[in-house]
Design a protein around this ligand. Structure first.
Ligand SMILES: [Fe+2]
Ligand SMILES: [Fe+2]
Length: 320
């Protein structure tokens, strides 16, 4: 039994024809239930990733090596919180409230990007996260800016502008360290060695094993496959690494002049599966931090509700 099979075939054909013509789908338009569900799944995973992604970097705000670095990192982490909020608002247009989605995150029912379950051991990690993790996010989100669902596409356009700043601040940190003392060089190279493979995993499983890919492509939710996006990221990043004298930990890496691709070695998907299943280095720590933040914020939510009730009662009095 599939939901799509139960859809009105005339409406479904009209929906697919609209996508064929390159039209975007807006909140009040008819859409197959499966399309709505896939979008809620993707967008909520994305929003959760923005919010959980604040944790590994937030961890370094108090330890940033200068006031300038502290201000930049503070702004970046705050941006990520804002990205989460834009996208939660986007899912609200599909009929699912933020409260429900956050509940799914906190109970472990919903996933977030596997990358945020790795620890930030040194200051160089902050540079490498900006460069590689935000860099990978840009490749993915530039594709999503052309997704068929209007509110998601528009959120991505705004978010990508901020992600470019994130990437540049990260690459700047890496550049300074790579040109620094031997100890600084070693520190940034070590961070690249630890973050390289998890960054490649951010694009998700290989197309052959990705259960959702084909349908997401057909409905133009995704415009490119995981493998194509991953290859684009590698092609963009290797010259950037070379420019500052850093290497990536892949003995199989080689340039194919014919295809103009940087070919890379096999990804250890067992590591990815373990992290997704909750057994990455920091899964428990991240979820504990989110649950604590949610509990600590309960009084704010309650106060806002009481205030809204008061305002509504006043408005009723005036109207009477
Ligand atoms: Fe972001
Ligand atoms: Fe970012």
């Amino acid at each position: 039994m599939t939901v799509a099979a139960a859809e009105d075939p005339v409406k479904l054909a009209e929906f697919e024809a609209r996508l064929e013509r390159g039209e975007t789908i807006e909140p009040k338009d008819w859409m197959p239930e499966k399309y709505r569900k896939q979008l809620v799944r993707m967008m909520s995973q994305h929003a959760h990733s923005e919010v959980v992604g604040m944790l590994p970097e937030g961890n370094w705000i108090t330890r940033a090596p200068s006031l300038r670095r502290k201000m930049v990192l503070l702004a970046k982490v705050q941006d990520e919180g804002g990205h989460g909020l834009y996208i939660y608002c986007g899912t609200e247009t599909l009929g699912v409230g933020r409260e429900e989605l956050i509940e799914q995150l906190l109970t472990g029912k919903a996933k977030y990007s596997s990358i945020f379950n790795y620890p930030t051991l040194t200051w160089a990690d902050i540079g490498v996260i900006g460069w590689l993790v935000d860099g990978a996010a840009i490749v993915n989100q530039t594709m999503l800016a052309k997704t068929s669902y209007g509110p998601y596409a528009r959120a991505m356009i705004r978010i990508c502008k901020e992600e470019n700043f994130h990437k540049r601040q990260g690459y700047e940190i890496c550049t300074v360290m790579a040109k620094g003392t031997p100890a600084q060089r070693a520190m940034v190279q070590d961070a690249v060695n630890r973050w390289w493979w998890p960054s490649l995993m951010m694009f998700g499983p290989s197309d052959a094993t990705s259960p959702n890919s084909a349908e997401l492509m057909r409905w133009r939710v995704k415009r490119e496959t995981n493998d194509a996006l991953r290859q684009r990221f590698v092609n963009l990043t290797i010259p950037q690494a070379q420019a500052i004298g850093l290497s990536v930990p892949d003995p199989d890496l080689r340039y194919n002049a014919e295809t103009e691709n940087w070919e890379f070695g096999p990804i250890d998907w067992s590591e990815f599966q373990a992290v997704i299943a909750g057994n990455g280095p920091c899964n428990r720590e991240r979820m504990a931090a989110r649950r604590k933040a949610h509990a600590d914020g309960a009084w704010v939510r309650e106060a806002a509700e009481v205030h809204a009730e008061k305002q509504a009662a006043r408005a009723r009095e005036h109207a009477a």
